[in-house]
Ligand binder design. Sequence first.
Ligand SMILES: [Zn+2]
Length: 313
Amino acid sequence: MNWITNYVRPRINSIFSRREMPENLWQKCDECGTMLFHRELSDNLNVCSSCGHHMHITPRDRFVALFDGGVFAEVAVPDPLPDPLHFRDQKKYPDRMKAAQKSTGEKEAMLVATGEIGRTPIVAAAQDFSFMGGSMGMYVGNAIIAAAQEAVKLKRPLILFSAAGGARMQEGILSLMQMPRTTVAVQMLKEAGLPYIVVLTHPTTGGVTASYAMLGDVHISEPNALICFAGPRVIEQTIREKLPDGFQRAEYLLDHGMLDRVTPRTELREELIGITRLLLGLPPAVRGDLPPPEPETAPDGAETPTSEPADKK
Ligand SMILES: [Zn+2]
């Protein structure tokens, strides 16, 4: 030990470590190339402040932004049989699952939750495109059925955010069976007279578009989202014709009567509150951010200790 190790080396290290910038503080917009600061970007719900391009948002972040005070309770989804076909392409299916779980921190490609939006109780389900392309397998089918059953049990509307590359090929025919299963789940809501609102996000394709994503009472989409069964490249190759600009994008589908609204993500919460309350026959909600719901009152109807007496001045 001498002054070099005790004094000089720490000084040199500190000079060099100061120059190391923490990673991922800035993100480049895929559309306009603007560098966006991560906190500003997340405050704006991953929408580019320069060009309005909608980037991917996780179901969890979406729910935090959607529900009053960011408070929601997850609904348990029954686990399906893992890897029923012992499928293997370049990787084994269970290995692909483990990699997706590690990179997203989620169990599967759909999150189901209950909570309130603008003081209106709802059930919500959101699909995660970053989890194996949001592919619809048996778990996603189970999640939609669990969401519909919860909505019927609690007599609440269901709001679903779709995002998928289609069916999960690793589950073969079992993934295609989720199309009739989820259609029956949506039918349960209709028979119970409960609203079912679908928010289509970029991209919603394949078997998802051919089942639960197109069965809503109201269809809203985020701007410029690709919504289709077969993609534009496949169609162009099949019919050997050039497709019009913006074909199968949200705005094109709105013009052709496939959607009811195209709404920017930052205005989506207010829009959903308005539509949900309208369909339930409730008066319009108070606009703006709302605090989380108060704890329920005691069974005898007495006020909880946290609420202030009205006459206290
Ligand atoms: Zn941009």
